[in-house]
Design a protein around this ligand. Sequence first.
Ligand code: SER
Length: 592
Amino acid sequence: MLSQQIRTEFLNFFEQHGHLRVPSAPLIPRDDPSLLLVSAGMVPFKAYFLGQKVAPQDRLTSCQKAFRATDIDEVGDLSHDTFFEMLGNFSFGAYFKAEAIAYAFELLTRNFGLDPARLYPSVHPSDETSVQLWEKVAGIPAERISRLEENFWQAGPTGPCGVDSEIYFDLGERFGSGQGERPGQGERYLEIWNLVFMDSEQLTDGSTVPLAHPGVDTGMGLERMAMVLQGCDSIFDTDLFAPIQEDFAGRASKLAEQPGDQGARHLRRLSDHARAACMLIADGVVPSNEGRGYVLRRLLRRASVSALSLGVEGGLAPCVSTVVAVLGETYSELASGAERVRAVIEQEEVRFEETLSRGLEHFEEVLASAEGGTIAGSAAFRLHDTFGFPLEVTEDLASARGVEIDREGVERLLKVQREQARASRTISLAGTAETDLPPTEFVGYDQLEASGQVRLLLRQGQPLDRAGAGEEVEVVLDVSPFYAEGGGQVGDRGALTWGDGSALVLDTRAPQAGARVQHCRVLEGELRQGQDVRATVDREHRAGCAAHHSATHLLNAALHHRLGEGVIQRGSLVSAERATFDFSWPHPLSEY
Ligand code: SER
């Protein structure tokens, strides 16, 4: 059965059972700041479950575009993808477990012709009702039903939630490991449909309250259903992916050279990521360094890495017409936006090539300084952070030269960076002005990283010997690359790392001439008086400040140039995100 027939069969079935068919919402969620991208069929209907809005009908059915990055590292195996289509039926108080199970069983066995003996439902251990219903409605005995703790579903940290019953299809012994695995383990049992019995709402404090009208949210992965109904070994062999894979394979001059199953894995990853990127761009996502734009950028970069490994002639962009041929009829925004999609991908590929060639020079330097066959975590992190050089590229290139990278070290710095993004900037350096501070040699004009020693640890002006994870302290180093707040420009941020520890530098100030104090939060390990540390400035933050600093000088110069010397600067604030500039001038300014 072709994927288009599966969509139609599913939606028709539920229409015949009184459901209103609604079109897919865009991948960018409307009015839902808790999610970057629509990750399930129920997302556009959250407010209906919660009773905040009234649904156009109390039963809906849809084929919803969805994207999940949670399993991105699994993509390359037989069944994981990032963009997928989710077929669903939804009840907002109209029906609950019995009808949902009956509908699912009927559609799977009658319309899709699946052998009931190959269906293996699972339920939450607390949900005896569903066990009984599966037996009554479908004749599936209790011993064929797995009770899994993870059978509970919610679309984010807050919102509607409930226990669920998943339906697994037995692909056959050929897919098994021979270890007698059960549904939920290994590849033999493929989850094809999830029936969620929404009866609660999770609140921000983690507590749950019952929903006024319990409902049903189901999700059937179209790609997986196509795999089953088309008798394929993987979702990538179905009509939803095969033409895209073939397009890449036909242009991949180095496919045959790949060891083991590497070629096949690269092809699957490439097909998934390129297809997902097309769908995201068609819905208005543009590559950037944050939020959903970053998700897209990362996808395109990962795909480019695979394309490079396989020697794909022409890169990613030519696949757009193939993706349009597969999905353009179902999603008209893809067909009508094809040219733009292609242009965005081309532009991003060019940018990435520049990044790679710039990064390659630095990679060579890093490689030359690698000691003992290992690239230091901080060096690999810098390639990634400063030059946008993906870690997997560093790893691939390094391993081709017989060198490893210190993964743990990189992970630690990545963690610091994530924390940094979250860190608050309400900082007090109370007491440091009155303390006798040792001098610091400032090396930050031409160095953004330096080795130093902790000369003094303070809290509220009181010296202390050590600070543990979670504590905030003032740190004075003998040598520091951190620029202190001054002249309206905020202080540097960054990280201190040592042996088994790390700390965030949240701010830097100079409360006395020649002295420099870093306000830090210890993340891991213990920071001690006398500790040798590696101090690393957050480059992006510094670069943002530098750019805004230059902008205020340019603005000042331009004002003097246009208006004359009567312009008097009254103050300015320079941060990584913005600059403000106050000035006085005796006349109103005319429009330029
Ligand atoms: N929301 C559930 C899921 O995504 C069922 O649609 O699995």
